[in-house]
Design a protein around this ligand. Sequence first.
Ligand code: SF4
Ligand code: SF4
Length: 399
Amino acid sequence: MIKRIEINYRGIFQKTLAKKIGSDIVLIAARMGQVGFSNGRYSDSPERNGIPCKYFAFVSPDLSEEELEAECGAKLDIDEANVSIVLDDTMVKGVEPWAWHGIRPINEKLVEGGHLLVVSRRQPQELLPFIGKKPFNYHLAILEGDASFSGLWVFKDDLTHERVLGAIAALDPQIISLEAVQEYLWQKTRDERRVQAANAAYEEVRERLYTVTPADGIEWPYEVPTLPKWHEFREGIVVPAVPRGFQLGPRGQSRNPQFKRGTTKTQRPVVRFDLCTKCTLCWLECPDECFDPTPDGLYDIDYEYCVGCGKCAEVCPVKECIVMVDELRFTDNSSPWEFYRRDPEGYIAWAEEKKGRERVIYPFVTGTGLEVVTAEAVPQGKKLPAKGQTRSKSKRETV
Ligand code: SF4
Ligand code: SF4
């Protein structure tokens, strides 16, 4: 028997976290007399900011090391998962790896009766409208928390790692038991807080476990491509060049339609076209060339290519003109400019509703807390410079 665990994480930001979880599952399972194996997905490119990537862990009570490695080590991806962990809840919209083979449902590999564990502050009813339907029942478990920025080169030690281990023990003690997690954490760190974090997550997840039925979720809107088997490749294949077209401006667009990165983002820019001064900065500075010049001199966004880096919002010189907004507030990638053209007032009301009033300002020195300010509602067409504004009703939060 093999239990398969996949850890969905965002490139760079959560690489170290995912790796630690995967390797600790193996070490804890070994203490229980099992054989374990952990690796990263071969086709991933985790040095890309935010890109969906996977780590795997495999545990077996009855196979030898060689047998388990032969079963699990030589695969590009796994075929099925008993537990699928999601370290950033915006990935419930689908995962689209670097070696672009389509936008795949976050629960694609989950087996009947398996567990989808999501680190989130949302309720299941808020997540399921993004998740593809399965033909059988499975479980959705929520571990309350934000997407941990654990980093690639450094590790942000916010106890997410220990909490996820405790949560796995609650979901499937055959993989790792709570006692084995406790013992491992204590012997490794001699830090009672870490053991307590795992214990608390164990209890929390048992209370927040929901059964998802075939009626829950959505019909998956994207085509899930089937990758060819190695023996199906043709000999001497010719790879046609991707057609590129350069358009107006200093750099113009040269997007590759076979390399969309829409699910890389945790936030997306919302533009108030009525405030735009047509300065071109967003179009010029966007590293992924997402902005399209429109006939009326504005800049539309193609969200299928946007990676959510936030640079456009940084460079836009107009107050409240571009604001980054949580990705789970959106259900499609349709053109915002077309909406604006159809119904300017309706679009502005929609944009303001999506933006909300809270704006988070990140300090230059990490660990000094976030500043949350209440944004002013800018009336239609009133263009104000973004910099040098007095902030109203600001409050500080410590994180
Ligand atoms: S957030 Fe803005 S600058 Fe960054 S990729 Fe998206 S559109 Fe481009
Ligand atoms: S940076 Fe702002 S003001 Fe300038 S073109 Fe883009 S949206 Fe308009």
